[in-house]
Design a protein around this ligand. Structure first.
Ligand code: SF4
Length: 342
């Protein structure tokens, strides 16, 4: 159930990682991983966060969960400001906010059986749920295994005995064990074969409906989020460059970077012609990001103004639910639309 109630609000969140060097090991700079990101996520909604590697999307996910404390900015979960939270209050919030990682093999302890892995969250959050005996916890874990499509026999087995897709199901089982409200999914299907990807995505969609989960779904391309996201934020070098409802973003991509990402989605119908926009160069270093619009060194439409002024995230045609950060968005969209028509 998608409601109008924002479960998560983030405002101007920054996460910088200091760099130390030289003979005296002084602070010589910062990695600007996340540079002033703001958005809201409504309960039951899936917000896709998309961008190339190094754009700060995973760091943003971890900052929201307070796995990395943000350098600046405001994060509010269910109306509660998370700034400065620690100890028991933070642990209580963590129960409501879980994470699914890209590589389950790295996030699952190979020395622990699946039963022990899934029992761990119940032990960490002892006293905050009704599963206060081993028998009750085991019964609940067997129910969760069934829920994610794994057999009861998985309880006594170890992560290496499972395929990649099954291991991700274990990761999902651990994330949903305590019935959270928000799950940050950090590229949960990128390491899986395409055929397995759709099975895992179907499972996530089903669990979302059954448990009214809110997802923050991080991905490096738009083809995966197209399937699952209600809204999408496109990130480039630590900033959001476009933010829109999925349909609106695919129908009317305003930012040249979004247009390039959309052009890279494979077209299943070979009779439909699609021109792929290849971006020149790599994503610049987040240690010393380009001035003005961070995208200007790679943007085919860049002008002098782009090097000097940072474009603000502004509504498209006065529509607050579609925003873009580009000085020349309207002209660029018109040119792109003309090209497609030709
Ligand atoms: Fe390109 Fe300039 Fe728009 Fe940035 S502001 S995306 S450089 S046209």
């Amino acid at each position: 159930m998608n409601t109008d109630h924002p479960i998560l609000r983030i405002k101007n969140v920054q996460k910088y990682f200091p760099i130390y060097g030289g003979v005296f090991y002084r602070h010589v700079g910062d990695v600007h991983a996340v540079d002033g990101v703001s958005f809201e996520v409504r309960q039951g909604e899936t917000l896709g966060i998309v961008g190339e590697s190094g754009c700060g999307k995973s760091t943003l996910g971890k900052a929201i969960l307070h796995l990395h404390a943000p350098t600046a900015g405001h994060i509010e979960f269910e109306g509660l400001n998370l700034e400065g939270l620690s100890g028991k209050p933070l642990r209580k919030i963590r129960k409501e906010m879980q994470m699914i990682f890209q590589d389950p093999m790295e996030s699952l302890n190979p020395r622990m059986s699946v039963g022990s892995i899934l029992e761990e969250p119940f032990i960490i959050h002892k006293g905050e749920h009704e599963f206060d005996s081993y028998e009750k916890r085991k019964k609940e874990i067997l129910r969760i295994l069934e829920e994610v499509g794994l057999p009861e026999s998985a309880f006594d087995r170890y992560p290496h005995e499972f395929s990649g897709g099954q291991r991700q199901r274990i990761g999902i089982a651990r994330a949903i064990a305590l019935k959270p409200k928000l799950i940050v999914c950090d590229e949960p299907v990128s390491a899986l074969d395409v055929s397995v990807q759709s099975q895992v995505l179907n499972l996530m969609v089903r669990l979302q409906k059954e448990m009214n989960l809110t997802y923050l779904f991080i991905a490096h391309n738009l083809s995966v989020v197209k399937y699952i996201a209600d809204r999408i934020c496109v990130m480039y070098l630590g900033r959001v460059v476009e933010d829109a409802a999925s349909q609106s973003l695919y129908k009317k991509p305003m930012h040249p970077y979004t247009q390039a990402l959309i052009s890279a989605i494979p077209e299943p119908n070979p009779s439909l012609k699609k021109e792929k926009q290849v971006l020149e160069g790599d994503v610049p270093s987040p240690i010393n990001p380009p001035s003005g619009c961070h995208f200007h060194p790679r943007c085919p439409y860049a002008q002098e103004k782009c090097k000097e002024e940072t474009p603000a995230l502004c509504p498209v045609d006065g529509n607050q639910s579609h925003r873009v950060a580009c000085h020349f968005a309207e002209e660029i969209f018109a040119k792109a639309a003309q090209k497609t028509a030709d």
